[in-house]
Design a protein around this ligand. Structure first.
Ligand code: SF4
Length: 351
């Protein structure tokens, strides 16, 4: 993509209106463009047939849609998960994962290329941080994933759980959330969107103030700071107590709960004592707990606990009256865990 061309995906209707007006076109053209970009996901201006020919030619000379290019697509033979590797305008790579859940689909999007937080159990973290995604690059992942949803089915949920820490890229993420939930555009219900964070406390509080109506998930993975900091170094900046205080004060919509994600690492954080401590930590919080048995990687030193251990951990929390789900990573046969596919492409070899 030429650096001189303006990417359009990522612009909201007022921004598109300013653009078409500057091009000497009537403002209603912005609505047409908005429809082509966000409702239909059209890549080529030549296909936007209700735009005046002269305007399409102007667009060709000044703009690009800015949608990412799918450079690899892997479909799981086990569970229909589709993993997309997308190339951005500067050649960077990000991953999105499309997952079937009964008769609807969920897309997991990335918010950064790589991640600076360095969680020791995460392939993305091991690769380091490269750059933030733009608002348009986040929205573009959803548009490309939606294209793959079979006719008669629909993309219902969006989760910000891919590469990166969304609350370290808050401007682009907030812009993307506004575009994704625009009823005249992509029209995703805010209650169907979940943002997962490792606990960037000031941004969590700012997000609460914005009252966007989305759901929040906290990547907890530890029950005391000393242990958590060993696997999530960001905990040294914002300890568990501060994260939970921000959660308790988060402006939840009625009947909503915060999700706590807890990856079960064999022999590290999966004992009965850890389960009891987790229950104690979250007491009184409107929440649900997702237990995620670790998805082993060839390059990281952790192992998945036995199913007996997973079940025992869950039972302890169930007995404390929590809602507890065990969630397995989807698409294991297509490098389902975050960062694995991009890592393989960057390295040009199996990782
Ligand atoms: S788990 Fe999430 S926050 Fe931690 S390094 Fe990986 S992508 Fe970053």
């Amino acid at each position: 993509m030429s650096e001189n061309l303006t990417p359009l995906v990522g612009m909201d209707l007022p921004e598109l209106t300013a653009l078409v007006t500057a091009a000497g076109q009537p403002p209603f053209r912005a609505k047409q463009l908005h429809h082509w970009l966000y409702r239909l996901g059209t890549r080529e201006f030549s296909e936007m047939t209700n735009l005046a020919k002269v305007f399409r030619e102007w667009l060709e000379g000044h703009c690009v849609t800015g949608l990412p290019r799918v450079v690899d697509r892997r479909e799981s033979a086990e569970d229909e998960t589709v993993k997309l590797l997308l190339e951005l305008s500067d050649g960077e790579l990000v991953e999105s994962v499309l997952m079937r859940e009964r008769d609807w689909w969920t897309v997991c999007v990335s918010s950064q290329v790589g991640c600076a937080l360095g969680c020791t159990f995460c392939t993305t973290g091991a690769g380091g941080f490269r750059r933030d995604l733009t608002c348009g690059e986040i929205v573009g992942q959803v548009i490309e994933a939606r294209r793959l949803v079979p006719d008669g089915e629909f993309l219902r949920n969006i989760v910000f759980m891919g590469m990166g820490e969304p609350l370290l890229n808050p401007t682009a993420v907030t812009g993307a959330l506004r575009i994704l939930t625009d009823p005249d555009g992509m029209a995703v219900a805010s209650r169907r969107i979940t943002l997962s964070t490792a606990g960037i406390v000031p941004e969590l509080r700012r997000l609460s103030e914005k009252d966007l109506g989305i759901n929040i998930a906290i990547s907890l993975h530890g029950v005391c700071d000393e242990e958590r900091n060993k696997i999530m170094p960001i905990g040294r900046r914002w300890p568990i107590a501060e994260i939970l205080a921000a959660c308790r004060e988060f402006g939840l919509r009625p009947r909503r709960r915060i999700t706590f994600e807890y990856v079960l690492l064999g022999g590290v954080n999966d004992s009965d004592a850890h389960a009891r401590a987790l229950g104690k930590l979250l007491r009184g919080m409107p929440c649900k707990i997702n237990l995620i048995p670790y998805n082993p990687s060839k390059v990281l030193p952790y192992r998945r606990p036995s199913m007996d251990r997973v079940n025992r951990f869950q039972d302890i929390l169930l007995h404390q009256n929590y809602t507890v789900c065990v969630r397995f990573s989807k698409g294991l046969d297509v490098d389902g865990a975050c960062g694995q596919l991009a890592g393989r492409h960057r390295n040009g070899a199996d990782s």
